[in-house]
Ligand binder design. Structure first.
Ligand code: ADP
Ligand code: MG
Length: 404
């Protein structure tokens, strides 16, 4: 696979770059510009080489099943125009913005670009065909490009027109396609978690978060590769019930009990479950908080976080590890009282500076950032769903494989 530094000719070339500018907004303002910042190295490299940079990204969701006026509303809400302004501030030069996502207006803006200039195109999902990988749309976009660069790691698990259709066409035409710096870094780090070297053992995975059913493929994949799997979060209660423990009113997926039993049998002791739990009599408006020291949760209570004994047990396993992959918070970390388990994991990781430590997953990465541990990890993935799919599929993602 080529990286941008392998691209032979950039000066004067029209380089279409798929970036991930799917940033969160609050009251019409960008709440967190991390994703824009993450794309800067690739953009700066390309303009320094005199490329004419055309940026494509999606933002939010637009459902075409709705009534026309609702669709218009969704489009307005998910406009990339404020991103062009922010990008221009961050990069210190003008960024042109094309409201048109297709056709003559867009083409003439592309043709007006001079060497080293940047054009951001409005939200790719303004086109109904984007998510369907529509071939006519892909052709129209491919016409704008002499070279294609994929730097949207967070969208690489989707075979859409802008992530898959364009590079597939360009490759056929013998044009160059490559990955940008962000994708290169993500692929290198996450691949190491699936192609495990002996020197990276013991390899410990920590899995938490909400649902077992969301994570079945991740669990299956990690079971094959890891020396230990530490389970926390809401999904731990499905496993606890499968073992015959009482779980009170904790979240539990009864249709996954058989699957949980199967995992526990296959793991032959490599799966660790919480030995104690913090529980409350309700999720939000609770009035009683208890520590269930033997891991059994009484009727009327639900587990909200792993307990201190479990936190210590898991920390000890992390301290022995050479490689750690973590997905999913250990508790309801959004409520301060139940963030302790998640913070305990962060603290242990901060203590193993010579181990290779990776965090992947939307909420987990948000927790790591919120509690101030981002720089303690070898790598915190920028792609929630994409990082998980990378683990599930042994390092393969459609938006990356298409470039090979
Ligand atoms: P990620 O995005 O990192 O893959 P998930 O989306 O699977 O993680 O899960 C994150 C959510 O799981 C968080 O909102 C957190 O509050 C919730 N969660 C964790 N533990 C519990 C629990 N014991 N009860 C209810 N929700 C929980
Ligand atoms: Mg999530």
């Amino acid at each position: 696979m080529k990286t941008i530094e392998d691209l032979k000719k950039l000066k004067g070339q029209r380089v279409v770059v798929r970036v991930d500018f799917n940033v969160p907004f609050k009251d019409g303002k960008i709440r967190d510009d991390n994703r824009i910042v993450a794309a800067l190295p690739t953009i700066k490299y390309l303009i320094s080489k005199g490329a004419r940079v055309i940026l494509l990204s999606h933002l939010g969701k637009i459902s075409y099943k709705e009534a026309p006026e609702v669709i218009e509303e969704m489009k307005k809400k998910n406009s990339l125009a404020p991103v062009a302004v922010r990008l221009s501030e961050l990069i210190g030069s003008k960024v042109a913005f094309s409201e048109a996502t297709r056709g003559e207006k867009l083409e003439s803006m592309v043709n007006a670009l001079k060497d080293g200039q940047i054009l951001l195109v409005q939200n790719t999902r303004y086109e109904k065909g984007e998510e369907k990988n529509d071939s006519e749309l892909s052709k129209d976009w491919a016409k704008l490009a002499d070279v294609f660069v994929m730097d949207a790691f967070g969208s690489a698990h989707r075979a859409h027109a802008s992530t898959y259709g364009i590079p597939a066409i360009l490759k056929n035409e013998g044009k160059e396609v490559a990955i940008g710096y962000l994708v290169e870094k993500e692929v290198a780090n996450l691949s190491r978690c699936v192609n495990v070297k002996t020197s990276d053992r013991p390899y410990v995975a920590i899995l938490g978060g909400f649902k077992v059913s969301d994570k079945i493929k991740v669990i299956d994949s990690l079971l094959k590769k890891c020396d230990k799997i530490l389970i926390g979060g809401a999904m731990a209660y499905t496993f606890a019930k499968a073992l015959g423990k009482s779980i009170g009113t904790s979240p539990c997926e009864d249709d996954q009990l058989e699957y949980a039993k199967k995992c526990l049998t296959e793991a032959k002791g490599r799966i660790l479950l919480p030995v104690d739990s913090v529980a409350t009599n309700g999720f939000e408006n609770w009035t009683k908080k208890i520590l269930c020291e033997d891991g059994n949760i009484p009727d009327g209570f639900e587990g909200m976080d792993i307990g201190p004994k479990t936190a210590k047990l898991y920390q000890d396993e992390i301290l022995k590890a050479k490689m750690v992959f973590w997905n999913g918070p250990m508790g309801v970390f959004e409520q301060k009282e139940f963030a302790k388990g998640t913070i305990a994991i962060c603290e242990a990781i901060a203590k193993v500076p010579h181990s290779f430590t990776v965090c992947g997953g939307g909420d987990s990465a948000a927790a790591v950032a919120e509690f101030g541990f981002k720089d303690k990890f070898s790598h915190v993935s920028t792609g929630g769903g994409a990082s998980l799919e990378m683990i599930e599929n042994d390092g393969h993602l459609p938006g990356i494989d298409v470039l090979k």
